[in-house]
Write a protein that binds this ligand. Structure first.
Ligand SMILES: [Zn+2]
Length: 418
């Protein structure tokens, strides 16, 4: 199987979808916006012309079905999302949709369908920068969105998810009674959002799991404001020095965790000691920060959180006048992807190329929503430069085509790897 066979359709989908955007730089298709809807219409049009059977659910998710050879097998949904963050890149989400359409087109042109039904699946509202709701579209399709989440407000417009859905012609009221998608299998192709594949010279990889997270979004350190020249060292309660202690302590805990062979990522994404009250000649009495802990193992997250409490108690004891207030905690569960699907994809890659590298996903994806609903779900990551969620995402369609060839082989053969 020559991967270049898939290139014309891959580039067509990428080009046509990326012509739909709010003004640049980069590409902007907000969740439940006219731009997202037009991108969905573009894919529906291509799939309809291929002869696929199109269905759109009351949340606006798109399903285009190519019937397989064996109707007794669970359907294989392949796809991703078409919304982007503000000033995002050309490939986050769109590459996975292009992969699904190119697969369907290949089977149609060949005249022999895949083993199981192939359903090109395009979800809505995956990027939670717009509505503070994770995987809104896919969770509605799966019957797992809580009705109160429909009241979440879009950050830029201030209007609710329900209002935006209605504006785009969908029916938020129907979500309560929606029959969840019949359980099948879900595979998502996505660009890697970090530099690992590029650095290793690998074109694509199998994703074995999606990291979960434990977050404090509004943590504070309270100290005491004082004059930078007049306050003696012993009398200070400097929130920045206390924060530095915490960063150093967590950095060493993180290194220790990795050395034990456990998975962890520690990020202080926002540090705020620059309010109007802060000044050059003041000992800072306040500091705000975010802490984002990620791991493939819930127990590691809990252990790190417990260690965090011990570290904070230690710093408070050493620095009189300092008090930490972590604020509310939010978390998402780590997800293991399907061992059966991973084995099938491993075998397909071996048959076509070579053993595939395997890695974890640091970011969340629709595949996590499908896995949480009890589906067999899997992901492939394709090499990409410059990270994601920015206009500089850089993926070579040829790399995507190689990953698509593995899926074509897998869909054409027994899918459980046995
Ligand atoms: Zn994405």
């Amino acid at each position: 199987m020559n991967p270049t066979t898939f290139l014309p359709m891959l580039t067509r989908v990428l080009d046509e979808v990326n012509q739909i955007s709010l003004p640049g730089p980069g590409f902007t298709r907000p969740s439940y916006s006219n731009e997202e809807s037009r991108a969905h219409e573009c894919i529906a049009g291509i799939c309809e012309a291929l002869g696929l059977k199109i269905r759109c659910d009351s949340a606006g998710n798109l399903f285009a079905r190519l019937p397989g050879r064996d109707p007794s097998l669970p359907a294989v949904h392949i796809g991703s999302h078409l919304d982007t963050v503000g000033q995002g890149g050309a490939y986050d989400g769109t590459a996975g949709v292009a992969a699904a359409v190119a697969l369907a087109a290949w089977f149609v042109e060949r005249g022999q369908p895949p083993q199981a039904d192939l359903i090109v699946t395009v979800t809505r509202a995956e990027e939670s920068v717009w509505f503070p709701v994770s995987y809104a579209g896919s969770r509605m399709a799966l019957g797992r969105l809580h009705p109160e989440e429909l009241e979440a407000r879009r950050r830029d417009t201030g209007r609710t998810l329900a209002e935006h859905m209605r504006e785009q012609g969908f029916d938020p009221d129907a979500i309560r009674g929606l029959t969840p998608l019949r359980k099948g299998r879900f595979v998502e192709v996505h660009i890697e959002q970090g530099p690992v594949l590029s650095a290793a010279g690998d074109t694509f990889a199998l994703v074995t799991g999606i990291r979960g997270g434990l977050r404090y979004r509004t943590a504070q350190i309270h100290g005491a404001w004082a004059h930078s020249g007049a306050a003696p060292r012993a009398a200070r309660a400097d929130s920045v020095f206390a924060f530095a202690d915490l960063v150093t302590a967590l950095d060493s805990d993180w290194a220790e965790t990795l050395a034990r062979g456990d998975d962890l990522a520690v990020t202080f994404g926002i540090v705020d000691a620059a309010s109007p009250v802060h000044a050059m000649a003041k000992v800072p009495g306040e500091l705000g920060f975010c802490l984002d802990l990620r791991s493939d193992d819930k127990a590691i997250l809990e252990r790190t959180d417990a260690k965090l409490a011990i570290r904070i108690a230690g710093i408070e004891a050493q620095r009189p006048g300092i008090q930490f207030a972590l604020g509310p905690q939010s978390h998402s569960m780590p997800v293991q992807l399907s061992a059966v699907l991973l084995e099938g994809l491993r075998q397909a890659a071996l048959a076509l190329y070579r053993p595939l590298p395997e890695m974890l996903s640091g970011g969340g994806h629709d595949a996590a929503a499908f896995a949480a609903a009890g589906w067999d779900a899997a992901m492939l990551f394709v090499r990409n430069e410059h990270g994601s969620h920015n206009p500089d995402e850089a993926m070579h369609p040829q790399d995507l085509a190689e990953a698509v060839a593995v899926l074509a082989h897998w869909l054409d053969h027994k899918q459980d790897g046995n």
